[in-house]
Design a protein around this ligand. Structure first.
Ligand SMILES: CCC1=C(C)/C(=C/C2=NC(=C\c3[nH]c(/C=C4\NC(=O)[C@H](C)[C@H]4CC)c(C)c3CCC(=O)O)/C(CCC(=O)O)=C2C)NC1=O
Length: 169
């Protein structure tokens, strides 16, 4: 599992280079956004369960067929498993946000996930929508808390969405 700094060092070490101007720019922007990343993680961690719950109700409100007979999140067990998956996405997105790198998502979350979902009939489109709804909720909460993070929040959520759906969003 890598963060922005270890990824950079690994790349330079592979070719035996000193850190050049590009590397320094990358490091500068990572450290310049560090405090915003940590603040964002703080806002998420202060109410992760609430964010997941709210995302679930918005998702099922938008796509009620998911929780009706025949829907993949129908039955208490599958409903709970769906919310558990959203909780995984949120928690790992927070790690990636702080690390400034999506490596943790590739390694711990996305590896083999499409195949698992396809074999269980878990619909990808609505899952991606759930991930995007969590991103929206966090953006709303951050701006309500007066925390300005620009596009930082987008990175981990959009990465998961893209990798899951293999389409550009
Ligand atoms: C930390 C990394 C990690 C991830 C990401 C993960 C996902 C994951 N979600 C699963 C199931 C599932 N995932 C969902 C999710 C949904 N169904 C819907 O209709 C919605 C669109 C969506 C919620 C947003 C459901 C309902 C199941 C159960 C499917 C079944 O057993 O029939 C399964 C199959 C095993 C199980 O039931 O636990 C895995 C492995 N597991 C992991 O360890």
């Amino acid at each position: 599992m890598r963060d922005a700094v270890t990824t950079l060092i690994k790349n330079y070490d592979l070719t035996g280079r000193y850190l050049d101007r590009d590397a320094v720019d990358t490091l500068r922007s990572y450290f310049a956004t560090g405090s915003a990343r940590v603040q964002a993680a703080g806002v998420i961690n202060s109410d992760a369960a609430g964010i997941v719950k709210e995302a679930g109700s918005r998702l099922f409100n938008e796509l009620p067929e998911l929780i009706q007979p025949g829907g993949n999140a129908y039955t208490t067990r599958r409903y709970a498993t769906c919310l558990r998956d959203m909780d995984y996405y949120l928690r790992y997105a927070t790690y990636a946000l702080v690390a400034g790198d999506v490596d943790v998502l590739n390694e711990r979350v996305l590896e083999g996930l499409r195949e698992t979902y396809n074999s269980l009939g878990v619909p990808i489109g609505p899952t991606v929508r759930g991930i995007q709804i969590m991103k929206e909720i966090i953006q709303e909460r951050l701006s309500a808390a007066g925390v300005t993070v620009g596009g930082l929040i987008d990175q981990p959520f959009d990465h998961m969405s893209r990798q899951l759906s293999e389409i550009s969003i």
